[in-house]
Design a protein around this ligand. Structure first.
Ligand code: CTP
Ligand code: MG
Length: 229
């Protein structure tokens, strides 16, 4: 089933502390963003990539797209102040209805199995997200004083990709602008419509490269994949 993907790549990478957008950092000599783009470049079901970038990165990203022969980027749009703005600028250029995925540039380890399951689920229910069961016990606290232990079996750690019918994602973003709501993921905007969101169990390897130690975890994941062939 065909889908398009919006990839927000317009962040500053502050927590990574690399002094520039972390998506330029390399894993086994290849930039993080290229690892992510290659997943969709090689998927015959992916009909186009909408890349949301900061204007300051435009020239460097364009050079990378040429060097690594990434041919599916149909639109380069400007990112915004928040991730949500960067995604919305991507939503605005989509013409037809259909299925759209939103996937962080900083998650290079997503698998096509997960992508295809999400597309299928979004096709039938309108909105689906990748998530994994939480492994840690999570407590709520104020001023370092525990107020509650949340039943772990009901908790999911949410990732991207998140898949939507285009009309639903567009409506959710328009509504969030109206209500001046900023969420940390796209599904939270869809939930507010309200519209149901289905979970597809993903993979613990699908980490977001956020802080410096994540680069070591990423190298380990690549090594594991090579050993498993
Ligand atoms: N992103 C974006 N536009 C923004 C902020 C983030 O497109 N205004 C993108 C990032 O490039 C990344 C994804 O959203 O691919 C997830 O964001 P995050 O991990 O927070 O990356 P950064 O915002 O770059 O990092 P930090 O928050 O540490 O500055
Ligand atoms: Mg950020």
């Amino acid at each position: 089933m065909a889908y398009q993907v919006i990839i927000p790549a317009a962040g500053q990478g502050k927590r990574m502390g690399a002094g520039r957008n972390k998506l330029f950092l390399t894993l086994e000599t290849i930039p993080v963003l290229i690892h992510t783009l290659r997943v969709f470049e090689q998927d015959t079901e992916c009909s186009g990539i909408i890349l949301s970038i900061h204007p300051q990165d435009k020239e460097s990203f364009n050079e990378l797209l040429t060097e690594y022969r990434i041919s599916k980027v149909t639109h380069l749009v400007h990112g915004g102040k928040e991730r949500q703005d960067s995604v919305y600028n991507g939503v605005k250029v989509i013409q037809a209805d259909g299925i759209v995925l939103v996937h962080d540039g900083a998650r290079p380890f997503v698998t096509l199995d997960t992508v295809h399951e999400l597309v299928k689920a979004a096709e039938s229910s309108g909105a689906a997200i990748a998530a994994v069961p939480v492994k840690d016990t999570i407590k709520k606290a104020e001023n370092l004083l525990v107020s509650e232990t949340i039943e772990r079996s009901s908790l999911w750690a949410v990732q991207t990709p998140q898949a939507f019918r285009v009309s639903i994602l567009r409506k959710a973003h328009e509504y969030a602008v109206e209500e001046q709501f900023t969420g940390t993921d796209d599904a939270s905007l869809v939930e507010r419509l309200p519209h149901k969101v289905v979970i597809i169990e993903g993979d613990y390897d699908n980490i977001k490269l956020t802080t410096p130690e994540d680069m070591f975890f990423a190298e380990a994941i690549l090594k594991k994949r090579k050993q498993l062939g």
